[in-house]
Design a protein around this ligand. Sequence first.
Ligand code: FAD
Ligand code: UDP
Length: 400
Amino acid sequence: MFDWLVVGAGFAGSVLAERIARERNERVLVIDRRPHIAGNAYDCTNAEGLLVHKYGPHIFHTNSEQIVGYLSRFTRWRPYEHRVLGQVDGQLVPIPINRTTVNRLHGLDLDEAGVERFLAGRAEKVAEIRTSEDVIVSQVGRELYEKFFRGYTRKQWGMDPSELDKSVTARIPVRFNTDDRYFTDKYQQMPLEGYTTMFERMLDHPRIKLMLGTDFSEIRDSGLFRRVIFTGPIDEYFDYRYGRLPYRSLRFVQKTLPVEWHQPVGVVNYPQTEEYTRVTEYKHLTGQRHRHTALTYEYPSATGDPFYPIPRAENAELYKRYEALARTTRDVWFVGRLATYRYYNMDQVVGQALSTFRRIQETVPVTTGVFAPGAARALPRTGATGTLGQASVTGNPADL
Ligand code: FAD
Ligand code: UDP
């Protein structure tokens, strides 16, 4: 019998498994239906030996010292400031829109105050900023909105920015200066040996057992666990009782080119042309040196793995009904991007998992039982994630 079942070995699940095993000394079974840990942050080396992110570029950034401090127990870091260029009107210009972007596109040489005046002169008055269109046209006007946001958003989400909550495009600031960093957070850094290695260390504990390639539905009724941390889609947990929550998916096309570099920065966005939204060149992110270079092209899709909750009022309403159901479901905690239907970055998920752990500490008495290290049966390793130190790995529920 396990004290906890953790469904999903991404940030939400792995942080909670680690906290519960280390701080409460309870037995934790972690499952994931994928053949690997780390959730969407999973990275691995490809056939040519280049470190790539299987599910698109993951750049770590946060303002929280507490979150960096926690993750630093499991990884060292390499400083990395992310930069993005957009292919707009045949030129590569900085995104977020900044002074350089405005000057290049319009053949001008404005200073900061000049750019501010230029944009203010084009910005539209919007009585109430509600949608992703409102956010942008109220800052830069319709022309730049159409060049940078309308097409990209329609591709990425399959709907017009006017149909999406303001929070989506509000992720991207507008700047009057020449700061061309994508993020301005205090901490901007990548795990030195990659995300998967960081997760291996997080899950490396004798009280944690890992079972990959296993869906929750396979062991839901096994009676093997007392409590559940669920990090998959919340509507799936409740068998879509109120209908499906919409998610947006992506198809990733990975390429390796026999050249040292393909593009000047980590990510190039394509807001006006192409079926893909952006191209990532990993060596910029990882600092790896190699004769060849690895790229990911992201093609948005209505079907496939649920990657993005879709921020719209009607979806938030539907989620609230599931959330109310979740509150009445005893001994199950819903955590993470899919289980709380929030467009969260990695650091926000870590923060959410750490605060869930604090709540568990306050409300759930530790299960007492005599733990004899070594008494657990040695299980075969599937090897899907490489060595996992002391955590045992199995892909077969019968082994439990
Ligand atoms: P996930 O990583 O999705 O983990 C959930 C896990 O649960 C999955 O592995 C899934 O297989 C498993 N699971 C689900 N249901 C079941 C079930 N029924 N049975 C068994 N297992 C199940 N964040 C940043 O901070 N910076 C970035 O640059 C960034 N870039 C991103 C780029 C893309 C393309 C995407 C899609 C996301 C990006 N993110 C980024 C967000 C980041 O991926 C998430 O915040 C984070 O990975 C969420 O962690 P999680 O544990 O909530 O979910
Ligand atoms: N966006 C856009 N053009 C861009 C970059 C972003 O229209 O060049 C919009 C788009 O709707 C996108 C959102 O802003 O989905 C958030 O962008 P971000 O880069 O944060 O997306 P993520 O990395 O989460 O996919």
